[in-house]
Design a protein around this ligand. Structure first.
Ligand code: IMP
Ligand code: MG
Length: 181
């Protein structure tokens, strides 16, 4: 195995799981589908920071529909596990009222974050909510959430890279890596 296929972050080792080229192809295909649905609706792409920043940057460059980009910073994870609580830094803009919103997530695990933000957007009175996530852990879902676009369904293991972190590190990795137990 070549050195680039495994990485060490703090106390944990990770092995390459989804190569960068495969991510790029999938993101481009997702953008085509999203374009078809949202063309003419002037949607707001609302990214959930921090993890979504690389996915958002790649996704928007493949989308031709006219859209705005906004972000909100939410966190529910500490180390490699969910805290069961969503913490928000900043408020959702009132200007989202009446707009078609595309939520852009790096990963959906328990579904808590998406449930939380969906309820906030509904109470603001948005016109519609569409959810796009690069990764989904179907076996980890605990909250019923509507998910419209999924890049990859993955097993219930901790992953890093392409924007996702462990203890704030590993976001810069071009591929996605999974924890070696
Ligand atoms: P949920 O609220 O349980 O669905 O978790 C969603 C958030 O937890 C994501 O936006 C990530 O920030 C974080 N998260 C969940 N699973 C992972 C993982 O495997 N690696 C890194 N972050 C994760
Ligand atoms: Mg996230």
């Amino acid at each position: 195995m070549s050195a680039s296929e495994t990485v060490r972050i703090d106390d944990l080792s990770f092995i390459q799981f989804i190569p960068a080229e495969q991510i790029a192809q999938r993101v481009a295909a997702m953008a085509l589908d999203i374009d078809k649905k949202l063309l003419g609706k002037e949607p707001v792409f609302l990214g959930i920071l921090n993890g979504c920043f690389i996915f958002m940057a790649d996704l928007v460059r493949h989308c031709n529909c006219e859209h705005e980009v906004k972000f909100i910073k939410l966190s529910s994870y500490e180390g490699t596990g969910s805290t069961g609580k969503v913490i928000s830094e900043g408020k959702l803009s009132e200007s989202l009222k009446g707009r078609h919103v595309l939520l852009v997530e790096d990963i959906i695990d328990s579904g808590l974050t998406i449930k939380w933000i969906t309820e906030k957007l509904q109470s603001l009175g948005v016109a519609s909510i569409t959810v796009a996530t690069l990764l989904l852990k179907p076996d980890a879902i605990e909250y019923p959430v509507q998910i419209d676009y999924v890049g990859f369904e993955i097993p219930n293991n901790f992953v890093v890279g392409y924007g996702l972190d462990y203890n704030g590190k590993g976001r810069n990795l071009k591929s996605i890596y999974t924890l070696v137990e």
